[in-house]
Design a protein around this ligand. Structure first.
Ligand code: C2E
Ligand code: MG
Ligand code: MG
Length: 406
């Protein structure tokens, strides 16, 4: 760290702890550290225009608790980041973290007392940018009109992110991620258009157009390596359409694509037993031979209950746990129990959002070698993933040739 944190506020009644933290932050390059023992005083300083780049706060202060503080911060002029620190149960930290995210407060992370210097350094180094910010603050959604026009003029396109097997050091498949090319040529992320497509009833048309492009690309990628799989994200609304299994089967068969190379990803938090069509569609997709994957695992509330009833063959550990694993023992516990659950149910596990080498090493040590993340490759256009695959196949052929000579 960092000139990024010119001014840091510490809100903590525990003088010994606040002093230690203040010293550590100064050592890390913070230019000004101001200590407070009251949440009301922090809010009043901010209201008077004295706002920090980073607020490090305890969960309980002398006058207000962290939830009240976060609500008030979210409606104030505060634009810095928040780092939560507590001697309480880590699960309370987790809840505070979630509330902060939902309120749009950029959360840098959470730390347990007593402070471990390395953890603090790691959080400050790895997360100079916030872990999460409210979408409405960060991007504008496409209008219904733009969406309708763009869908028909080819604005929707797939990017592909490779899935890696770090044990075999190879790409084993890809995930198709929707992108939108605006009129200026700017590529936009799904958060700007998928909610609009879902809300205004375009999601089926959207999915259909997207599938046509993606499956044609699958055919081309499998011409290079027939074993490569393609994961596709589906909205719950689409998965409630009882015609989907037949439509998808037909589209794949026309192109000669083996159904078990297509992975249907469903976001865990949106699964529900009340959606009876959804369960039927998932079961029929499975019976036809498609693979089912549960995405963002660990972010929903009744994970175990849902997973055991649906024939998923893959579980994707949400990136918040993967990225938090080094500093947060609760995140590690979620990963460990996900791995155990997957093993018991005969599912494979992939860790999403691996950005740093330290994370890769930790996740491997925990027993997971399938990963996806910026460390290996960002989502990118078809031509560049095709090149990566061609290079991998050529490289493996050369190695094979050398082996047969020996
Ligand atoms: P997801 O399916 O969980 O996809 C993973 C997201 O994490 C992608 O964001 C990807 O770009 C990002 N990601 C991958 N590796 C890293 C990493 O190392 N660090 C960080 N910070 N991020 C990483 P993206 O492309 O913005 O997609 C967001 C979500 O939008 C997806 O989450 C998925 O739920 C949804 N989505 C994407 N494409 C489609 C689609 O075609 N249909 C539907 N219904 N939803 C889609
Ligand atoms: Mg996904
Ligand atoms: Mg995910």
């Amino acid at each position: 760290m960092s000139q990024d944190y010119r001014k840091v506020f510490i809100l903590d009644q525990d003088i010994k702890h606040a002093n230690r933290l203040s010293k550590l932050l100064t050592q890390q390059g913070c230019q000004q550290v101001v200590r407070f023992d009251s949440g009301v005083k922090v809010l009043s300083a901010i209201a008077q225009g004295d706002s920090p780049d980073l607020l490090v706060t305890e969960l309980v202060t002398s006058d207000i608790d962290v939830f009240t503080l976060l609500h008030d911060l979210s409606s104030s002029s505060f634009e810095g980041q928040v780092l939560l620190v507590s001697g309480q149960d880590e699960r309370v930290l987790g809840t505070a973290n979630e509330v902060a995210v939902s309120l749009g407060c950029p959360v840098l992370g959470s730390l347990r007392k007593p402070l471990i210097v390395n953890e603090l350094q790691w959080i400050l180094r790895e997360h100079k940018k916030p872990l999460a910010i409210k979408t409405s603050r960060s991007m504008d959604s496409l209008s219904c009109y733009d969406l309708k026009r763009g869908l028909r003029s080819g604005a929707l396109l797939p990017y592909y992110q490779p899935k890696w097997d770090t044990a075999r050091r190879r790409i084993i498949g890809f995930e198709a991620l929707a992108r939108w090319r605006g009129e200026s040529g700017l590529i936009q992320s799904p958060a700007t258009f998928i909610p609009t497509a879902e809300k205004h009833g375009f999601i089926d048309e959207f999915t259909h157009r997207f599938l046509r492009v993606v499956l044609a690309d699958v055919q081309r990628l499998q011409a290079v390596d027939p074993k490569q799989t393609m994961a596709i994200n589906f909205s719950i609304d689409t998965l409630e359409n009882r015609e989907l299994p037949d439509v998808l089967e037909k589209m794949a068969q026309i192109l000669g694509i083996a159904l078990d190379t297509i992975v249907v990803e469903v976001t865990e938090s949106r699964l529900s037993h009340e959606r009876i069509n959804l369960l039927e569609v998932l079961a029929r997709l499975h019976l036809k031979g498609f693979k089912l994957s549960i995405d963002d695992f660990g972010t929903g509330y009744s994970s175990l209950y849902r997973v055991k009833d649906i024939p998923f063959s893959e579980l994707k550990i949400d990136q918040s746990f993967v990225q938090g694993a080094l500093a947060d023992s609760s995140a590690r516990a979620v990963i460990r129990s996900s791995l155990q659950l997957a093993e018991d149910l005969g599912m494979s596990v992939i860790a999403e959002g691996v950005e740093a080498k330290e994370n890769q090493v930790l996740i491997e040590e925990m027993g997971c070698s399938l990963m996806q993340g910026f460390l290996f490759a960002k989502p990118q256009a078809f031509e560049s993933v095709q090149e990566m695959l061609v290079a991998q196949v050529a490289d493996e052929a050369t190695k094979q040739q050398r082996l047969s000579i020996l």
